[in-house]
Design a protein around this ligand. Structure first.
Ligand code: R1P
Ligand code: URA
Length: 313
C-alpha cells in the first residue's frame, strides 16, 4: 500500500524510514560530495570509478532519480541521476541537502564547512565557433539562463521579444579549479575549456532550434543571438546548470552551505551542425566522470578563504 506523507508545508517525508518524496532518500543514503548528471547510464559510468568499482548503496526512486553511493580515494561520494530540466534539479538539490548533516558554524555564526559539494556532469551544445564537439566545458565563470516568456504569446502571435537572458550566477571558485585541473590531466588541456554556461528553459524554443509546428517568436529575437550579445564568451548550452548554481547560492546560511560547479561534454556544435559519436561520448563520460570524482574527493568541505570562494561573475 502507498504510504501517506507528512509535512506537506515543509520538506515532506514518507514511510517508516522518512524518505523524501521524489528523490526517495533518507539520512545516511547520500554523501556530502555529489556528482549529478542527466542519465542513469552516465551515472553508472561515473560510479564505475568508485574505489574497487563498488556501489555501497543504490536508491532508485519512483520519480526517476537514481542515487549511487561509494568512495573515491577513500572519501564518500554519491552520483545522482536526475533526468532533465530545472524542476528535477530543484528536487535533487533540496531533497539531498535535507538528508545531509547541518552546516557547522563557528562561535560568531560563520559556516566553517559546507553541507554539500555538488558538480553537475552534463552534455551540452556549443554556441561558440571555437569550441568544437568533443570539448568539455567547465563553467568556471558561472552560468546565465535564457527563458521563454509565456506572456509574449498571449494574443495570436508573439507580441514582443519572447526571451529573457538572466544575470550570471557564479560557480564555486575552488571547486571549479579542481574540476578543471583533473579534467585537463585526464583528457589533455586542449580538450577542456573554462567558459560561461547558458541554461535554456527548453531544448527547443529557448535554445533557438527551429520547429515549424510551434510559434516560438524567433523572428522577433533569436534567443542564442541575445545570449551571445549579452555574454560573448558563453560556450556551453544545456538545461540545468544555472538552476544548480542559483539554488546553491540561496542555500542557508550565507549562500555557502552548498558549493557547486559543472562540466559539460559538447555533443553538438551548433554553428557547424557537427555532432559527437556515441563511442566518443561514452569515453568522455567514463574518463571525465572519474576526473570529477577525484576533484570532489580532493576538495575539502571546510570553507576556502572568502576571496577564493566564488569565481568572478
Ligand atoms: C537534453 O538533451 C539534455 O541533455 C543535457 C541537457 O541539460 C538536458 O538535460 O544534459 P544531460 O545530458 O545531463 O541530461
Ligand atoms: N543538451 C542540450 O540541452 N542542448 C544541446 O544542444 C545538447 C545537449
Amino acid at each position: 500500500k502507498k504510504p501517506s506523507y507528512r509535512g506537506t508545508n515543509g520538506m515532506p517525508r514518507q514511510g517508516d524510514d522518512e524518505r523524501t518524496l521524489h528523490v526517495g532518500v533518507t539520512e545516511g543514503d547520500v554523501a556530502q560530495r555529489i556528482v549529478t548528471c542527466g542519465t542513469e547510464e552516465r551515472a553508472r559510468a561515473v560510479a564505475a570509478s568508485f574505489d574497487g568499482g563498488i556501489i555501497e548503496r543504490e536508491i532508485s526512486s519512483a520519480r526517476g532519480f537514481l542515487t549511487l553511493t561509494g568512495n573515491c580515494n577513500g572519501v564518500p561520494v554519491s552520483v545522482v541521476a536526475t533526468g532533465m530540466g530545472v524542476a528535477m534539479m530543484d528536487f535533487m538539490v533540496r531533497e539531498v541537502v535535507a538528508v545531509l548533516p547541518a552546516v557547522s558554524v563557528s562561535d560568531d555564526d560563520e559556516p566553517t564547512a559546507a553541507r554539500a559539494l555538488i558538480v553537475r556532469f552534463g552534455t551540452c551544445g556549443s554556441i561558440r565557433e571555437d569550441v568544437p564537439a568533443g570539448t568539455v566545458v567547465v563553467c568556471s565563470p558561472g552560468s546565465t539562463m535564457v527563458r521563454r516568456q509565456p506572456d509574449a504569446f498571449c494574443m495570436h502571435g508573439p507580441q514582443a521579444c519572447a526571451y529573457h537572458v538572466c544575470n550570471v550566477v557564479p560557480s564555486d571558485g575552488a571547486l571549479s579549479r579542481a574540476v578543471e585541473g583533473e579534467l585537463k590531466t585526464a583528457l589533455g588541456a586542449h580538450s577542456v575549456v573554462a567558459a560561461l554556461n547558458v541554461s535554456g528553459c527548453s531544448f527547443y524554443s529557448s535554445q533557438g532550434r527551429q520547429d515549424g509546428s510551434f510559434e516560438d517568436g524567433h523572428e522577433l529575437g533569436d534567443p542564442i543571438a541575445m545570449v551571445r550579445a549579452a555574454h560573448p564568451d558563453a560556450a556551453s548550452c544545456e538545461m540545468e546548470t544555472f538552476h544548480l548554481l542559483d539554488v546553491a547560492r540561496c542555500a542557508r546560511p550565507y549562500g555557502r552551505a552548498v558549493r557547486a560547479s559543472a562540466a559539460a561534454i559538447v555533443v553538438a556544435h551548433r554553428p557547424s551542425g557537427d555532432v559527437l559519436s556515441g563511442e566518443t561520448i561514452e569515453r568522455l563520460e567514463r574518463l571525465g566522470g572519474a576526473a570529477i570524482l577525484r576533484a570532489l574527493a580532493a576538495t575539502p568541505l571546510e570553507m576556502p578563504a572568502a576571496a577564493d570562494a566564488t569565481a568572478a561573475p
